[in-house]
Design a protein around this ligand. Structure first.
Ligand code: TYD
Ligand code: MG
Length: 457
């Protein structure tokens, strides 16, 4: 008697991809609550189909016998996008672009493929979210439609792969990966297994055929790309498109890049007719800065290879009752708490009884320690209610014993400071040695926090 093979039912965490044989209220892997969904797995067809496709049956070759094409990177014509990718699109790369709904991912990618198609590339744009009429309407608004852009509304990955084979595009766009589904798996589109399976199939296609593939991904409430973490491991490049819905600025950030530097950013502005590049972000971030206002300090951060000036604001007010509030936007909360403690101890400022609000303007996020001195200066300025002198900037890392530590790339930072018309710059003394070119702005080298105060007020 034949025993009929049961369809296997498993439960899969929709946050992290953890598999369990039965339903669980709380995921033991990521700690999420109520995130298990039932998924039926059919007998493995994925890996079965994988073998024999030329990728996994390849023979090893000596590394020095591999010849690389000179210009394996293709420029999209959008400099900010190229920069984040590390200089252009690479053959066979799989790029994931994540971001909140409505942030402008579809808009960005449509402009990118328009750029590609204007250098005679054929691009296949697959949308699982919009009809081809909607895509047309958008492309008209963006003034981005050319004959090389082929659009289709489809969600079946296998059908898409066949389409790629028959059309033979130079690049493929999937908008979005969460809408894709593979018939090998019975769970709903958007579930972890479907997303993983679809990504796997598209990855194999991209590697085998050399067609660069862009996947658009949604982001969950807490900022991770919806679907399993493994998806981020499968792709070559992960870009996040971030920004505030209420601000027109959008920042494209590389968080993983096998072909370039991470933390490289591209800055865009959402306009009536699409995204415009912002080649000089410092000017934009500082545009609305009020002169002579206490609590506002300009500092420099390095994003990738690019120095950018940002405005840090602090507002210190005496706490009414109970525990004072600490609200920090755009900066690391723990870092700010640490600096407050150093300021209390080393500068004798009584911050304990005060509410502290901090913000980086323009919706930017900075995590670099070199902005420490900017934070300290902003807090001190608001606490003492004295503005920072006009044209002055503060750069440096602050240590726990109140020492000011050196920062990287001082040369580039100073050049940007000068370009933006600042005249005086407080920098760590140890970093001054790095400077080769003498600049005409005044550089004040300091070693201790107390000296900062003498120079500022
Ligand atoms: P969209 O690209 O659809 O976002 P996503 O694909 O990330 O969900 O962008 C939608 C938003 O962008 C929408 O709120 C309107 C705005 N927008 C403009 O301001 N100007 C434009 O030219 C376009 C196309 C969109
Ligand atoms: Mg979209």
């Amino acid at each position: 008697m034949m025993i009929k093979k049961k369809t296997k039912t498993t439960f899969c965490c929709q946050e992290c991809g953890y598999f369990a044989p039965k339903w669980l209220g709380r995921c033991p892997e990521c700690g999420g609550w109520d995130c298990f969904a039932e998924e039926r797995t059919a007998p493995l067809t994925g890996p079965g189909a994988i073998s024999g496709n030329g990728l996994f049956s390849a023979q090893p070759v000596p590394i020095d016998s591999i010849v690389l094409d000179e210009d394996s990177r293709t420029s999209t014509g959008i400099n900010e996008f190229d920069r984040v990718l590390g200089g252009g699109v690479i053959q066979g790369s799989l790029v994931l672009i994540g971001g909140d709904p409505g942030i402008g991912k579809s808009t960005l990618i449509l402009q990118v493929i328009h750029g590609l198609s204007s250098i005679n590339k054929k691009i296949l744009y697959v949308s699982g979210e919009e009809s081809i009429r909607q895509i047309k309407m958008r492309s008209q608004r963006l003034n981005a439609s050319s004959p090389g852009m082929l659009v289709v509304s489809e969600i079946d990955v296998d059908a898409i792969l066949n389409m790629v084979e028959s059309v033979g595009p130079d690049a493929l766009v999937i908008d979005s990966i969460q809408t894709m589904f593979s018939q090998d798996i019975s769970s709903a589109p958007g579930s972890v297994s479907q997303v993983r399976e679809s990504t796997m199939k598209l990855m194999l296609m991209a590697k085998r055929s050399g067609i660069p593939t862009f996947l658009i991904g949604h982001v969950t409430k807490d900022g991770a790309i919806a679907g399993p973490r493994v998806m981020e491991h499968m792709v070559d490049t992960v870009l996040y498109f971030e920004g505030d819905q209420n601000h027109e600025f959008r920042i494209l950030r590389a968080v993983k890049n096998r072909f370039g530097s991470t933390n490289e950013i591209g800055v865009f502005e959402m306009k009536e007719n699409g995204l415009a590049e912002v080649p000089n972000p410092s000017a934009v971030f500082l545009a609305e800065r009020a002169a002579n206002s206490p609590g506002s300090v300009v500092t420099s951060c390095i994003e990738g290879t690019r120095p950018i000036l940002v405005e840090i604001q602090a507002l210190i007010s005496s706490a009414g009752f109970g525990t004072p509030r600490r609200t920090v936007l755009g900066l690391d909360y723990n870092r700010v708490s640490l600096l407050m403690a150093v300021m209390e101890k080393k500068l004798g400022l009584n911050l304990a009884g005060h509410d502290i609000f901090m913000n980086v303007t323009g919706g930017v996020k900075v995590t670099e320690p070199a902005v420490d001195l900017g934070i300290v200066a902003a807090v001190a300025s608001s606490f003492l209610d004295k503005p920072i002198p006009e044209g002055m900037i503060a750069i440096g890392e602050v240590g726990l014993s109140g020492e000011v530590r050196g920062v990287s790339h001082l040369e580039a930072r100073v050049a940007e400071v000068r370009k933006m018309g600042f005249t005086k710059c407080i920098v760590p003394k140890t970093s001054l040695k790095q400077l080769i070119n003498k600049s005409d702005i005044e550089l004040v080298g300091i070693t201790r926090l107390a000296e900062v105060m003498e120079n500022l007020f």
